[in-house]
Design a protein around this ligand. Structure first.
Ligand code: GLU
Length: 554
């Protein structure tokens, strides 16, 4: 076979030499040890927690080392293209403060290694397939869908591995004349790698060993499949585009899901065929959860709303909290670092691929809530208030007026009990914060809980009336509480809960029951931050009004 002639026949329009591309996309000038990473999503418009998880790892690896993190759009499958997908990706990642230095962007590509949409790189890919044909490393395959399924059926019948290899790779043997004829007849064809792997029983196959930054050495049988590298449309498969793009975009580390592990031998063979070193692979484990039945399973798009990133935005999870939580599950040593460095910004944590889990990172919404509480307590009220405004603008416009223009009031509310050396940690996310503080807004204030069981309706009325009679908005907290304790005791409620515990028959209840009645009047709830503080924020008039209104219910 005259390979040069075949290459010309198949790719007459390709005139650039492969070497030229080495000059067009030179090795990047970066500091020693700098990492170049990328996020390479298909533009399906759906981006989930798993994507964010790897993107964060990519971003950390690049930015911690003075490297580059870029966005490449893998749009070789036009059936899956969704309008506006790049915008979604960039905006979503931006929300979580994950920023690209280079690549596809909302207003176009940025950077010297583009285009960053694979659909615009056909010529580059074809140049290298042409070179492979010249070297006898690739060939056109004219098998029809029917012939392919026939081969599959034959392979199934004899329990052979499915795929095109060995004797099944019939197009390998076509003569130049036959190929010419097929082309003239307009027969569609794909380009396949002519794999060097042998058709041998698995135990006799050679193996490859790749050092994965997360998993250590991975040994697998080498590839022996003549896999498709260019589809009939002239557009590459993921496998081929990965090799070409990550070489020419000078990616040093490829962070991708473990579903790609099985293709690793093919990728290694492709890199070898091109004569290039392969990047460092970091195959991440799936995100797992413990489900209702106590079993560990993969997060699923269908069953778990928390897999979708919309979930976090809609419920208003603060990006800093989500970042902090992701680091918790990304790196096993993060928690320890956080304990030793409670106030350090998370960017000071040295993220490493080696410390990533290779068996499945466990995602747990309860743990996320705990992390949120710890993170939110450190965010100044003014910033949190702005966060609530931004969230309401997008997701709850009807409550926006409660926040916008009312910043001083909101900040007082958010700061309630957050100062001092034992600050309250009860703010989780915007939805929960609104629910937590909504009794501060008259239109959202309702009595939600029942009277304590030790307090009768008559007593409740009497407590509220006595409270009102002695109410002085200027009382400090201890005077205020003493009054409750005193009149409570007069009404038969122990001044201390422990007195009641010791002698339950001597009392109706204790001071806690009395103050709960006041709390219910003021907040509608039997639990809340400190009532005195709440009243100071509500003001005298609204406090009195609420107590009167509640007393009138009995
Ligand atoms: N387009 C591939 C995906 O979305 C990218 C995998 C990779 O990062 O190489 O799964």
């Amino acid at each position: 076979m005259d390979n040069m002639k075949l290459a010309e026949l198949l790719f007459p329009h390709i005139t650039k030499s492969p070497e030229e591309y080495e000059d067009i996309f030179p090795v990047r000038e970066l500091p020693e040890g700098a990492r170049v990473t990328r996020m390479a999503p298909s533009p399906t418009g759906f981006i989930h927690l798993g994507n964010l998880f790897s993107a964060f790892a990519d971003e950390r690896l690049a930015h911690q080392s003075g490297g580059v993190f870029y966005l490449r759009i893998e749009d070789t499958d036009d059936k899956r293209y969704v309008e506006g997908a790049v915008e979604t990706i960039v905006n979503v990642l931006d929300y979580f403060q994950i920023n690209f230095d280079e690549g596809a962007g909302i207003t176009g590509d940025k950077g010297d290694y583009g285009p960053y949409h694979q659909s615009q790189r056909a010529e580059l890919y074809q140049t290298f397939v042409k070179k492979m044909v010249q070297n006898g490393q690739a060939y056109p395959c004219f098998l029809t869908e029917e012939e392919l399924s026939d081969i599959r059926a034959q392979q199934e019948a004899i329990k052979a591995n499915p795929g095109i290899y060995g004797k099944w790779a019939v197009s390998r043997d076509l003569t130049l004349e036959q190929i010419e004829e097929n082309l003239k007849a307009g027969k569609p064809y794909v380009m396949r790698l002519k794999s060097k792997g042998q058709d041998l029983p698995p135990e006799e196959m050679k193996t490859i060993t790749v050092n994965d930054a997360i998993r250590g050495d991975i040994t697998m049988p080498e590839n022996n499949m003549d896999l498709v590298i260019l589809k009939a449309t002239g557009i590459p498969t993921y496998h081929f585009a990965h090799v070409i793009d990550d070489h020419f975009m000078r990616t040093t580390h490829v962070v991708r899901g473990e579903e790609w592990l099985s293709s690793l031998p093919l990728h290694v063979e492709l890199f070898e065929t091109m004569g290039w070193p392969h990047p460092v692979y970091c195959h991440t484990a799936h995100l797992m959860k413990i489900d209702e039945t106590g079993n560990k399973r993969k997060l699923s798009k269908r069953k778990d709303p928390e897999l979708s990133l919309d979930y976090y935005r809609r419920d208003g999870y603060h990006p800093m909290a989500v970042r902090e939580y992701l680091l918790n599950i990304l790196n096993s040593n993060f928690e320890e670092w956080r304990i030793a460095n409670p106030d350090a910004p998370i960017d000071e944590f040295q993220f490493t691929a080696e410390k990533m889990s290779n068996s499945g990172a466990l995602f747990d919404l309860n743990k996320l809530s705990d992390v949120c509480k710890d993170v939110l307590v450190k965010i100044p009220a003014a910033e949190l208030c702005q966060f609530m405004i931004d969230w309401a603008k997008e997701f709850r416009p009807e409550i926006l007026p409660l926040f916008e223009g009312n910043e001083a009031y909101i900040e007082q509310i958010l700061d309630l009990g957050r100062t001092g050396n034992k600050p309250r940690k009860d703010l989780v996310c915007a939805v929960q914060i609104f629910d937590f503080i909504k009794y501060f807004f008259d239109d959202h204030f309702v009595i939600e809980n029942e009277l304590p069981e030790n307090v009768s309706k008559e007593d409740a009325k009497a407590i509220l009336e006595t409270y009102l009679a002695g109410y002085d908005h200027n009382d400090d907290q201890s005077v205020w509480f003493d009054k409750i304790r005193t009149f409570g005791a007069e009404m038969g409620y122990a001044a201390k809960p422990k007195d009641f515990k010791k002698n339950p028959d001597m009392y109706k209840g204790h001071v806690g029951d009395v103050s709960t009645v006041v709390r219910l009047a003021v907040t509608g709830r039997s639990q809340s931050p400190d009532i005195w503080g709440i009243q100071q924020i509500l003001g005298e008039e609204r406090t009195i009004e609420r107590v009167k209104a509640y007393a009138a219910q009995f």
